[in-house]
Design a protein. Structure first.
Length: 202
């Protein structure tokens, strides 16, 4: 019987442009892992899941279903990626975050806390989503002239919140915060316009 576990004489085609590459079946779950990727023994990679490229999976994270983790993605903590979800680019998914359905996380997105990204949602760029946000469809992300990103998403308590940098506000809290900290400056006026747009359109 062949020993597929950590024996790089085996090759597997992950369906990308590189064709079959040295790979092994992870000892905790049996999913395929490319030799170029890193997966801790404590992590779970289910039999149909795939980890390849330069991806890293640590801690007690779980990758299962038909999930794919690739590029330079980093998955750690107790994060779970499953169903047909994919993580790629330089994204970070950690803590208790869950990504599933046909969701895609890419770019330099950071997903953490108890965030749920599901269905057909796509999160990329420099998005930083945390707290209890629940995203199930494409969402509006606006970037202020100084590069600060603002998103307005629903959370598990039924309320929508503004997430910007490490700020996690209801709309009213956001308006108050930036009015007090930015006032009538150019960035202050621009921020209030961004908040108004998100409130009316997101």
């Amino acid at each position: 019987m062949h020993n597929f576990y950590k024996d790089s004489k085996y090759r597997f085609d992950f369906g990308d442009i590189f064709g079959p590459v040295p790979a092994y079946k992870h000892s905790n779950g049996g999913g395929w892992v490319a030799d170029t990727a890193t997966v801790a023994d404590t992590a779970y990679v289910g039999p149909d899941a795939k980890v390849y490229g330069n991806a890293k999976v640590y801690g007690n994270s779980k990758i299962y279903g038909n999930a794919k983790i690739y590029g330079k993605s980093r998955i750690f903590g107790r994060a779970e990626i499953f169903d047909n979800a994919e993580a790629s680019g330089n994204c970070l998914i950690y803590e208790e975050a869950r990504v599933y359905g046909d969701a895609r996380i890419t770019g330099r997105a950071w997903i953490s806390g108890n965030v749920v990204i599901k269905s057909c949602a796509v999160v990329g760029g420099y998005a930083n989503i945390y707290g209890d946000a629940v995203i199930s469809k494409p969402f509006t992300s606006l970037v202020r002239s100084d590069g600060h990103t603002f998103i307005y998403v629903p959370c598990s308590d039924g309320k929508k919140r503004i997430i910007s940098g490490w700020r996690y506000f209801t709309m009213e809290e956001a308006k108050t915060h930036w009015k007090e900290t930015r006032g009538e400056t150019k960035l202050g006026i621009e921020t209030q316009n961004i908040l108004k747009f998100l409130e009316n359109n997101a």
